[in-house]
Write a protein that binds this ligand. Structure first.
Ligand code: FAD
Length: 493
C-alpha cells in the first residue's frame, strides 16, 4: 500500500491480517489527540483509501486511569470538542468515548475493533498506554498497527536509552537530517465523494457515551465520580488544538525573542507554555518546528555538517530559536526515548549507579525539616518560595521550569528517604501538573535525583553528590519577590 507515513514510525502489534470485509478502518486516538499533523491519522487515511472503506476515528478516555482527574480530563474534553469540529469539516466520522472505567473502555474497544478491517493506534511510550494497546491487539481479530507521532526523531531510530542529553544530542544531530523532511499532513482529508460511515456500531451506542454533546455534558460528572482523585479541580487553561496553535503563534511572534536570556526568570513569562498542549497531543512537535522554521526562513541546508553534540550552532537558526529547539527536541525527546527503550523508566533502580550509591550513603543523614505528603500538597513548609511554587502548581497546574527543579530538590531534602521523595514528586506532579503523566514527568523528577546529570561537589548532607539547589541561591539568581507575593496571597492555591 502506498503511504506517506515513514515505515520506521509504523509497527505491527499482532499477527492478524487486514479483513477486507470490515465495515471501516479504525483509528483509535489515545495520545496524538489532534485532527492534523498526525502520522497515525495519515496512516489510517492511507488504509481507508486503499480499501475504499469509511474511516472511523474514536478518541478515548478512561475516568479511572492513573492520576486521571477533572483537571486532566477537562483538557482532553476541550480537545475532543475541537476534534469534533475538525473531523466534521473533514467529513470523517468521529466518536469520542469517555468510559467510566478501564473495563468498560476495553469492552468499547473490543466492540469497535471487531467490526474494523484494520486498526491504527497511537504509540505513547508510557506503560499504561503500551499495555492497553497490547491487550487490544491481542484480542483483535484484525491487524493492529501502532504509529509513532511523538517526536522529530522516530522512537525506532534508536535502540537504547541515553545517559545524558549530550549523548542523545549527538545522535540527534547525526540522525535528524534523514527525518526532518518527513512531516505529517497539515490538512488530512479523504478524497471527494468517499464512502462515509452512516451509523456508529450499535452496541457502542448502548454501552458508551456517544455524541460530542453527551461527552461534553456528562464527561466531567463521570470523571468526578470515578476518578481516584475527585477533589482536583480544573484550571483556567483550556486544552485543544485551536488554543494550542494560538499559543504557538503567540510565543513565536512575541516571547521567543526573549527566550534565550529570560527563560529561567519566573517573573518574565518568556517560555512557551506549550507543554500542556504537547502532552495532550493537541499540538504536534512537527507543527511547532514547521512554524518556527517558516518564521526563521530556515531550510535544511543551514544544518551544520558536524554532529558535535553542542547545544548551539547545529540548527543554523537564531540563538533564541536554537535555545528553544534544544528544550523542545533534545530535552523533550530524550525522555520519550528513555520510556520507549526502558520499561523501568519510573523505577528507582533505573537511576545511574553513582546516583543511587550516593543517595544510599546519605540515607541516614539528619533532614533539616521533614514534611508529610499533605503538608507538601498544601504548601505548608517553612520556605515561602517553595510554598509559592507548590501553590502555583495547585491553582494553575504549572510551575515555572526553574522553580520546578528547586521544587523537586527540596522534596528530596525534606523527606525521610529518597524513595519517599520520588513517590511524593510523582504523586504531586502527576496529579496537579497539566502536563503531568508525560515521559518528561519522569525525566524531570528523575533528573532531580541524578538522571542525565553528573556527580557534583562538595558532597552535602542528604544530597551526597547529587546537584544541590537552595531557595536562597535561587532568589539571588532569578527574580522571585513578586512571584512569592502573588502565590502566597490567601486565595492563591
Ligand atoms: C521536577 C520536574 C518535573 C517535571 N515534570 C514535567 C511534566 O510533567 N511534563 C513536562 O512536559 N515536563 C516536565 N518537566 C520539564 C519542564 O519543566 C517542562 O517541560 C517545562 O517547564 C514546560 O514549560 P514550557 O512549555 O514553557 O517550556 P519551554 O521552555 O517553552 O520548552 C518548550 C518545550 O520543551 C520541552 N521541555 C522544556 N524543558 C524541558 C525539560 N527540562 N525536560 C524535558 N522537556 C522539556 C517541553 O515539551 C516544553 O513544552 C519537569 C521538570 C522537573 C524539574
Amino acid at each position: 500500500m502506498a503511504s506517506n507515513v515513514p515505515s520506521i514510525r509504523i509497527s505491527r502489534l499482532n499477527d492478524q491480517t487486514i479483513c477486507s470485509g470490515g465495515r471501516y478502518v479504525l483509528y483509535w486516538m489515545s495520545s496524538a489527540r489532534r485532527a492534523s499533523w498526525n502520522f497515525a491519522l495519515d496512516r489510517a487515511i492511507d488504509h481507508a483509501v486503499a480499501l475504499r472503506l469509511p474511516l472511523l476515528v474514536v478518541e478515548t478516555l478512561a475516568c479511572d486511569s492513573p492520576w486521571m482527574n477533572l483537571r486532566h480530563a477537562a483538557m482532553i474534553l476541550d480537545g475532543m470538542a475541537d476534534n469534533a469540529k475538525e473531523f466534521q469539516r473533514a467529513r470523517i466520522a468521529y466518536l469520542p468515548c469517555v468510559a467510566a472505567d478501564s473495563q468498560r473502555l476495553e469492552r468499547f474497544l473490543d466492540t469497535v475493533t471487531r467490526q474494523a478491517a484494520v486498526v491504527v493506534a497511537d504509540w505513547y511510550p508510557l506503560r499504561e498506554a503500551t499495555e492497553l494497546a497490547a491487550l487490544v491487539a491481542a484480542r483483535s481479530p484484525v491487524l493492529v498497527e501502532r504509529v509513532d507521532s511523538n517526536g522529530l526523531l522516530p522512537l525506532a531510530a534508536t535502540d537504547r536509552a541515553f545517559p545524558t542529553a549530550h549523548a542523545f544530542r549527538r545522535v540527534l544531530q547525526r540522525s535528524l537530517p534523514d527525518h526532518l523532511a518527513d512531516l505529517p499532513s497539515a490538512n488530512p482529508a479523504l478524497p471527494a465523494r468517499f464512502p462515509r460511515l452512516d451509523h456508529f456500531p450499535v452496541e457502542t451506542a448502548r454501552s458508551c457515551l456517544v455524541g460530542i454533546e453527551q461527552v461534553l455534558g456528562n464527561g466531567p460528572g463521570l470523571v468526578a465520580k470515578h476518578s481516584t482523585r475527585p477533589n482536583v479541580v480544573r484550571v483556567a487553561l483550556s486544552g485543544g488544538s485551536r488554543g494550542g496553535h494560538k499559543a504557538v503563534a503567540r510565543f513565536l511572534e512575541g516571547r521567543l525573542a526573549r527566550y534565550a536570556h529570560e527563560r529561567n526568570q519566573p517573573e518574565s513569562d518568556a517560555s512557551s507554555g506549550l507543554s500542556p498542549y504537547l502532552h495532550h497531543g493537541h499540538v504536534s512537535v512537527h507543527y511547532v518546528f514547521a512554524e518556527l522554521a517558516r518564521k526563521q526562513g530556515w531550510s535544511p541546508d543551514r544544518l551544520a555538517d558536524r554532529a558535535s553534540g553542542s547545544r548551539e550552532g547545529w540548527w543554523g537558526m537564531e540563538p533564541a530559536a536554537e535555545a528553544f529547539l534544544d528544550e523542545l527536541v533534545t530535552w523533550r525527546e530524550v525522555g520519550f526515548n528513555m520510556c520507549a527503550h526502558r520499561t523501568d523508566y519510573d523505577d528507582p533502580e533505573s537511576l545511574p549507579d553513582w546516583a543511587r550509591s550516593t543517595l544510599d550513603e546519605h540515607a541516614g543523614d539528619c533532614r533539616p525539616y521533614e514534611y508529610s505528603l499533605d503538608e507538601f500538597r498544601d504548601g505548608l513548609t517553612h520556605d515561602d518560595l517553595w510554598n509559592a511554587a507548590q501553590r502555583q502548581l495547585r491553582s494553575e497546574g504549572i510551575i515555572h521550569n526553574y522553580l520546578r527543579m528547586l521544587w523537586g530538590k527540596k522534596i528530596l531534602q525534606w523527606t525521610p528517604d529518597w524513595q519517599t521523595a520520588l513517590e511524593t514528586m510523582v504523586e504531586l506532579n502527576n496529579t496537579y501538573a497539566v502536563d503531568g503523566c508525560d515521559p518528561n514527568s519522569y525525566s524531570g523528577i528523575f533528573w532531580v535525583l541524578g538522571r542525565y546529570d553528573r556527580a557534583w561537589g562538595p558532597e552535602r548532607p542528604v544530597f551526597g553528590k547529587i546537584r544541590y539547589m537552595s531557595s536562597a541561591n535561587t532568589a539571588r539568581k532569578v527574580r522571585v519577590r513578586n512571584y512569592i507575593e502573588r502565590y502566597l496571597q490567601p486565595d492563591a492555591g
